[in-house]
Design a protein around this ligand. Structure first.
Ligand SMILES: [Zn+2]
Length: 145
C-alpha cells in the first residue's frame, strides 16, 4: 500500500457529511496508522442495513445544552479567538439556503469565511499585564471572553 497524499482530518471538507468525524489511531512501535471516516461509514452502514436507521436521527436545530432549548436559526459566528472554519461556514450556508454543499463550494470558494470577533479587553487585563511585565514574566492571555 502506498502512503496517502491527503490526510483525513476533522473539518477537511472531503465529504458532504454534516458532521465530519474521522477516527485516527497511530503507533510508532507498530508502524501503522488507521484512519476511519466514521461519518461516511455510518451512512453506508444504514444504506446497507436500513434497520440501523432507527439508531440515528438528524434534528434541524442546535440543541443548546446551556439553556436546554433548541435554536432553529444557525448562529452568527461569534468566536473571538479564530476565524470560522471553512467546512462549518459551508454547512451553515447550506442550512440557511437549502443548497447542496457542491453548490455552496462553487459559489463561495473565492470568498473568505467570517472572521473572529474582536472583543474589548476586560478592565483587569491591563493590570495583570503590567504586573506580569514588572515581574519579568512572559505571559500570553488567551480566551478572553
Ligand atoms: Zn463523511
Amino acid at each position: 500500500m502506498t502512503l496517502p497524499e491527503v490526510k483525513w482530518q476533522h473539518g477537511d471538507d472531503l465529504c458532504d457529511c454534516v458532521f465530519q468525524r474521522v477516527g485516527w489511531w497511530t503507533n510508532p512501535y507498530i508502524g501503522q496508522t488507521m484512519e476511519v471516516r466514521l461519518c461516511c461509514m455510518w451512512d453506508k452502514l444504514i444504506e446497507l442495513n436500513p434497520e440501523l436507521a432507527q439508531f440515528m436521527r438528524m434534528i434541524p436545530a442546535f440543541d443548546n445544552y446551556n439553556t436546554d432549548t433548541y435554536e432553529m436559526e444557525p448562529r452568527r459566528w461569534d468566536a473571538a479567538d479564530h476565524d470560522m472554519p471553512r467546512d462549518i461556514w459551508y454547512r451553515q450556508l447550506a442550512t440557511k439556503t437549502g443548497k447542496s454543499l457542491d453548490e455552496i463550494r462553487r459559489e463561495y470558494d473565492h470568498l473568505e469565511a467570517p472572521k473572529g470577533v474582536k472583543r474589548p479587553v476586560p478592565d483587569f487585563m491591563p493590570f495583570l499585564r503590567s504586573e506580569a511585565e514588572r515581574e519579568g514574566l512572559d505571559i500570553t492571555i488567551t480566551d478572553v471572553a
